[in-house]
Design a protein around this ligand. Structure first.
Ligand SMILES: C[S@@+](CC[C@H](N)C(=O)[O-])C[C@H]1O[C@@H](n2cnc3c(N)ncnc32)[C@H](O)[C@@H]1O
Length: 295
């Protein structure tokens, strides 16, 4: 009984926080929000969400035994809230100079997404050079940037960064980037306008993979390329029921289906062993399939 009351109070608090967030976003720089599509492609049952505190995520005291039933709408509200809380927690660690301790990684790097910066982006740059030697870009968007961007690793004239978490947006804006606080499912970017779109470790956490990929397809020029990093052959069992964390698996059996409207031009697995405390991931270079098939 008391846990049901507790869960109701938590939901009420979340709603109040969401209402105040929506209000502040309406008056902030660039947040656009219209209707969103249904939740799809999640490999876990999102309607049964484990009640895990943000502090516990990634630590040994993680518990997910207190399961809450949620509607699609509640999941979407909760998702934004969790994404925001994650960002605030991670940026606090960056601010306190302890991010490297949490990550068990390089103390010289003053960002949260340390493994991406140290291992994934250099490997992606190499893969890009091997596939398209000397390619430079005019317009590009990186979606779900968090605290790092691949645009630090390539030449590009008009880079835009996008993230759902307002605090990551402020962090990257303070470093001089042009940033949009938007949802990958609903971007304010013109159709057929981008030479490159980058999504690192983001397609595994978005609620709707279909909606995300459709939007990327919309903004990419017909000859543009899509650079992706996702967890690879990594099982979700230890994350089951946690919103804002890994929601789907990518592996040899499903990769073609997940990117069925895309051609995989190049791919490279980054094994877990490369990154201390990391998970295996894959770098992919993709093109819209009707384009490369007509070449
Ligand atoms: C796991 S982090 C990856 C950060 C960084 N790109 C990297 O590779 O390390 C996922 C990022 O995606 C953002 N994100 C999650 N859902 C999103 C959405 N629907 N639209 C835009 N960004 C989203 C999160 O705020 C977070 O910064």
């Amino acid at each position: 009984m008391s846990s049901r009351i507790g869960s109701k109070i938590r939901r009420l608090k979340n709603r109040m926080r969401n209402a105040s967030n929506i209000f502040s976003r309406l008056y902030s720089r660039t947040f656009h929000r219209t209707s969103t599509s249904a939740i799809d492609n999640a490999d876990i049952d999102l309607s049964r969400v484990g009640n895990v505190s943000v502090e516990a995520i990634g630590s040994s005291d993680m518990e997910s035994n207190n399961v809450t039933e949620m509607s699609d709408l509640e999941i979407r509200d909760q998702y934004e809230e969790w994404t925001r809380e994650y960002a605030q927690r991670n940026l606090k660690w960056v601010e306190d100079g302890v991010a490297h301790e949490k990550y068990v990684m390089d103390e010289k790097i003053d960002v949260w997404h340390i493994a991406t910066e140290m291992f994934i982006f250099p490997a992606l740059r190499q893969l890009l050079d091997d596939t398209f030697p000397n390619r430079t870009f005019v317009n590009g968007v990186e979606i779900g940037c968090g605290t790092v961007t691949f645009f630090d690793h390539v030449t590009i004239e008009n880079p835009i960064l996008v993230d759902l978490a307002p605090d990551y947006c402020s962090f990257m804006a303070s470093r001089g980037w042009n940033v949009l606080n938007e949802n990958i499912e609903n971007l304010s970017i013109d159709s057929d306008s981008q030479d490159v779109v980058v999504c690192s470790e983001t397609l595994n956490v978005v609620l709707s993979l279909d909606a995300a990929l459709e939007e990327v397809e919309r903004i990419l020029k017909p000859d543009g390329i899509f650079l992706v990093n996702v967890p690879w052959e990594f099982t979700l069992s230890e994350y089951d029921g946690m919103l804002g964390s890994h929601l789907r698996e990518f592996n040899e059996d499903n990769i073609e289906e997940k990117f069925s409207r895309w051609d995989i031009l190049a791919r490279e697995v980054i094994p877990q062993t490369v990154k201390p405390n990391g998970i295996p991931t894959i770098n992919l270079i993709l093109a819209r399939s009707h384009v490369s098939s007509s070449n």
